[in-house]
Ligand binder design. Structure first.
Ligand code: NDP
Length: 283
């Protein structure tokens, strides 16, 4: 299936009709809080419209400052945050959400995600997200790090099918079966660590592709995400990189090169495995 990719303001449409920008900025693990504020401002001033944060990153406040410092009004930004593992369960999730809103000083979120599938908790967490969604406090709800069996289990009791599944995704971890499953259920796939936390720059295959297309490695790998229909949120703290990473709308990867990148898959994770993640782990 060919996905329509136009420019930096382009979107994919979620299963409830909400339009989600397909290119955004990640904000995990900055050096300091000023770095997040600056990078959010750089990104927005250069056309990005999706910002990914999470309660556990403890930077929602810095994200807000970045949005305020930018030339873009809040309504034009797609703000995404996540409920952390120790806050899962119905009541705790409602409270965690209110805290995130307070940190962001916003009266709604565009997307709120369950950060990890905490065993024994995620269904009640999801019920809280459904409630907040029905109340109009969140425009779209979704999950992160849910494998097929966890999605199936969640959907057995869910009233609302998740709109997004944010997963580790890059050339070494494609999980095509999971992508196909999400597509079948109209769950938008979103990539975290799309640049392999920076390790993609060492791969000779990408050095070759970059040369072939006259583009940078980051542009090739992020273009691959978009052509696969995957929302992508590369993180950078540097204005030049933030701008360059989004300069990927003037070329198209051939089908053969898309297949070539798919075939690099090693089912290799840099992050935790959702089946045996240490739930109590606090960053
Ligand atoms: P990425 O794959 O986005 O890689 C980020 C690294 O790449 C940084 O070190 C950055 O350095 C470097 N980089 C970015 N652009 C370039 C470039 N053009 N040239 C060279 N180096 C570059 O990793 P993340 O783990 O940050 O993933 C992206 C986002 O996904 C996170 O920030 C977070 O928002 C989200 N996430 C979600 C998770 C979940 O469980 N739901 C888990 C992990 C991440 P520099 O800043 O110096 O440019």
């Amino acid at each position: 299936m060919k996905h329509k990719i136009s420019d930096i303001s382009g979107t994919f449409t979620l299963n409830n009709g909400v339009k989600m920008p397909y290119l955004g900025l990640g904000t995990y693990m900055p050096k300091d809080s000023q770095e997040v504020t600056n990078s959010v401002r750089f990104a927005l001033d250069n056309g990005y419209r999706l910002i990914d944060t999470a309660a556990i990153y403890r930077n929602e406040n810095d994200v807000r400052l970045g949005i305020e410092a930018s030339s873009v009004p809040r309504e034009e930004v797609f703000v995404s945050s996540k409920v952390w593992n120790s806050d899962q369960g119905y009541d705790k999730t409602i409270k965690a959400f209110e805290k995130s809103l307070a940190n962001l000083q916003m009266d709604y979120l565009d997307l709120y995600l369950v950060h990890w599938p905490v065993v024994g908790e995620y269904k009640e967490t999801w019920r809280a997200l459904e409630e907040l969604y029905k109340q109009g406090k969140i425009r779209a709800i979704g999950v992160c790090n849910f494998l097929k069996h966890q999605l199936e289990d969640l959907m057995e009791d869910a009233e609302v099918i998740p709109m997004v599944n944010q997963m580790e995704f890059h050339p070494y971890l494609v999980q095509q079966e999971l992508i196909d499953f999400c597509q079948l259920h109209h769950i938008q796939y979103e990539a975290w660590s799309p640049l392999m936390e920076g390790k993609v720059f060492e791969l000779p295959e990408f050095q070759k592709l970059a040369k072939k297309y006259g583009k940078s490695i980051a542009q090739i790998v992020l273009r691959y995400d978009l052509q696969k229909g995957v929302v992508t949120i590369p993180k950078s703290s540097k204005e030049k990189r933030i701008i360059a990473n989004a300069d990927l709308f003037d070329f198209e990867l051939s089908e053969a090169d898309m297949d070539f990148i798919d075939a690099m898959d090693r089912n290799h994770r840099f992050g935790p495995n959702p089946d045996n993640f240490e739930w109590s782990y606090i960053l």
